[in-house]
Design a protein around this ligand. Structure first.
Ligand SMILES: NC(=O)c1ccc[n+]([C@@H]2O[C@H](COP(=O)([O-])OP(=O)(O)OC[C@H]3O[C@@H](n4cnc5c(N)ncnc54)[C@H](OP(=O)(O)O)[C@@H]3O)[C@@H](O)[C@H]2O)c1
Length: 337
């Protein structure tokens, strides 16, 4: 089979290679991958950003893939050839609270990912694809969709009448916007571009703020949320956004600490966090059941994830460059022939 292999650290060292076809062992499933999607974390993994825990030599990158079952190993009853499936980000975290053992393996980081034609999965680490989604659309979910679902619905339980703030137009932010709107919440969405803000409104955001033109956007968001503050911030900005996020959040509200596209270290105003009874909730993707729930929510509500662009497997480096540029609106995806 063909696989995109990182010969040494850096996206310039990605090579399309012929490698031996994998075979499913007991409890495993062989999947012909049809699509994959990229996340900001793949940029980190390509630079060795997961430290000593990461597989760096000959890594097959990317965590998120969807495809068709080709063959099942001994003892597998849940799947058969031809089933359309999506793989989990953490194949060993199936439900409930996480622990280190459940998070010890992740695709495209600690072990090989899905930028390839065939891959063996643990049978329990797969979820059935809804009929309403294409392979590319389904491949958008395992990291970004699950993270947004975990933050907005599973943890914060956002529902009608509540206010959610999202940051930018990356995969997590757009999934969070769509999930919050489907739950009946009001969404305030940030972006640096007027053009993207118009698209955010088309997607359902009732308010949009330009974080470059309004550096005090935390105060503006609080005002838009009736002076009380927002119930949930889906924090993907990190260093340059946390201070404003704290200003935007209502007393007793939640900041879902997810990402750091603007840097990994931020100052924290501790008295403000304490006196506002803020909850800063660290989110590490989510489990298998979150993946199933997020896929079902999109099918039931008749909505589709936002796909920015699709590249063939051999153009993975171009797809990486698109994510690096920050110009995307939604998910950058790979189609695997
Ligand atoms: N903890 C987890 O489980 C988890 C899971 C998934 C992702 N993440 C993290 O979440 C972050 C987002 O991931 P992603 O894949 O969705 O990223 P992405 O697609 O690369 O997001 C890029 C977006 O970030 C926005 N942005 C950049 N600087 C900003 C700022 N100062 N304020 C507000 N928005 C800003 C830009 O929005 P505009 O162009 O509109 O300005 C851009 O569209 C990354 O740090 C990623 O590592 C964490």
């Amino acid at each position: 089979m063909k696989a995109m292999v990182m010969e040494s650290l850096g996206s310039a060292n990605l090579r399309l290679k012929e490698v031996p076809d994998p075979k499913p062992g007991p409890g495993q499933v062989l999947v012909r991958l049809r699509a994959a999607s990229l996340n900001f974390r793949d940029l980190l993994a390509l630079e060795g950003g997961y430290g000593s825990r990461q597989k760096s030599a000959h890594l097959i990158p990317l965590s998120d893939g969807a495809g068709e079952v080709v063959e099942v190993g001994a003892g597998v009853r849940a799947w058969k050839a031809g089933d359309r499936v999506v793989g989990c980000f953490f194949p060993d975290w199936l439900s409930g609270p996480p622990n280190e053992a459940m998070m010890a393996r992740d695709l495209g980081g600690m072990e090989d990912g899905v930028a390839c034609e065939l891959r063996v999965f643990r049978a329990e680490g797969l979820v059935a694809m809804p009929k309403s989604l294409s392979f590319v659309e389904a491949a958008a979910f395992p990291c970004a969709g699950v993270t947004a679902w975990n933050a907005v619905r599973a943890d914060a339980g956002i529902g009608p009448g509540q206010v959610v703030l999202t940051q930018g137009c990356g995969g997590v932010a757009l999934f969070a916007l769509q999930i919050a709107r489907a739950a009946g919440a009001h969404v305030i969405a940030l972006s640096s571009s007027e053009q993207k803000m118009a698209r955010l409104r088309q997607l359902g955001a009732q308010d949009t703020l330009n974080y470059k033109e309004d550096p005090d956007w935390g105060k503006t968001a609080r005002k838009l949320a009736g002076q009380r503050g927002v119930d949930l911030v889906v924090e993907t900005g990190g260093a340059q956004t946390l201070k404003q996020s704290i200003r935007a959040t209502r007393m007793g509200g939640t900041i879902a600490m997810i990402g750091m596209v603007s840097g990994p270290t931020a100052e924290l105003n501790l008295p403000l966090v304490a006196m506002s009874s803020l909850r800063i909730h660290g989110v590490a993707v989510g489990h298998r059941d979150h993946l199933a729930q997020s896929l079902a929510a999109f099918e039931t509500n008749g909505i589709k994830p936002v796909i920015d662009s699709t590249y063939p497997l051999e153009a993975l480096a171009e797809a990486v460059a698109q994510v690096k540029s920050g110009k995307q609106f939604g998910k950058v995806c790979i189609e695997i022939a």
